[in-house]
Design a protein around this ligand. Sequence first.
Ligand SMILES: Nc1ncnc2c1ncn2[C@@H]1O[C@H](COP(=O)(O)OP(=O)(O)OP(=O)(O)O)[C@@H](O)[C@H]1O
Ligand SMILES: [Mg+2]
Length: 230
Amino acid sequence: MALISCENVTMKYDGQTAVDNVSFRVEPGDYLCIVGENGSGKSTLVKGLLGLLKPVSGKIVFDGVESSEIGYLPQQTMAQKDFPASVYEVVLSGCRSRMFYGKEAKRRALMNMERLDIGSLKNKCYRELSGGQQQRVLLARALCATEKLLLLDEPAAGLDPVITAELYALIAELNESGITIIMVSHDIQNAVRYGSRILHMAMHGAFFGTTGDYLKSEEGRRMTGGIEDV
Ligand SMILES: Nc1ncnc2c1ncn2[C@@H]1O[C@H](COP(=O)(O)OP(=O)(O)OP(=O)(O)O)[C@@H](O)[C@H]1O
Ligand SMILES: [Mg+2]
């Protein structure tokens, strides 16, 4: 049984279709990249996985993980970048509410800050950090919620190439340590470099399959310019 299995999921806002009949599975240890143009429904599907918006048809089934156990890194907005809290408070807020402020929550927050090499930023104000540092803080926050599944919505948006490469290497390390990754991304080169499976959202039907099959598909060839040996 897959960790997550989505079958013919359709999602709407006020009668307007945002996700149209999408099916895919996430197995333990996978690194699934969700790609597709602006407005193709990627973030809406993420809301479905988190249980924030219900599909109007189809089903999302979890096995071995609950939607509340997903470590989530949201797509960034300007308002979030301006958040007036310390790094430690932001990371700690990722811990699930029943352990919030307990000893265990504090231990997890500190451990995940060390894991992502941001221990020295503990008392800094989040809004005074660089974009790359902010993404590390949000990744540490997401890790406080999970040891199983990370759901990342465009984690590298707005970062320079060096910091982007560091962030991808870090996410790959987390995946190798056993954490399943679902990542929404516009960065197709890195999606096919690191992802084991690709879900390509599109109005005329989604592609879901291994990265190898995606690279051979018409959609994949169009998006990558035909690179098959990455
Ligand atoms: N809260 C909302 N209310 C109404 N319509 C929405 C809402 N959020 C998104 N939509 C619409 O649903 C569709 C899918 O949006 P969504 O944000 O899921 O796309 P996306 O693939 O994440 O795009 P991007 O790459 O720009 O982040 C779009 O047409 C969008 O306008
Ligand atoms: Mg989005």
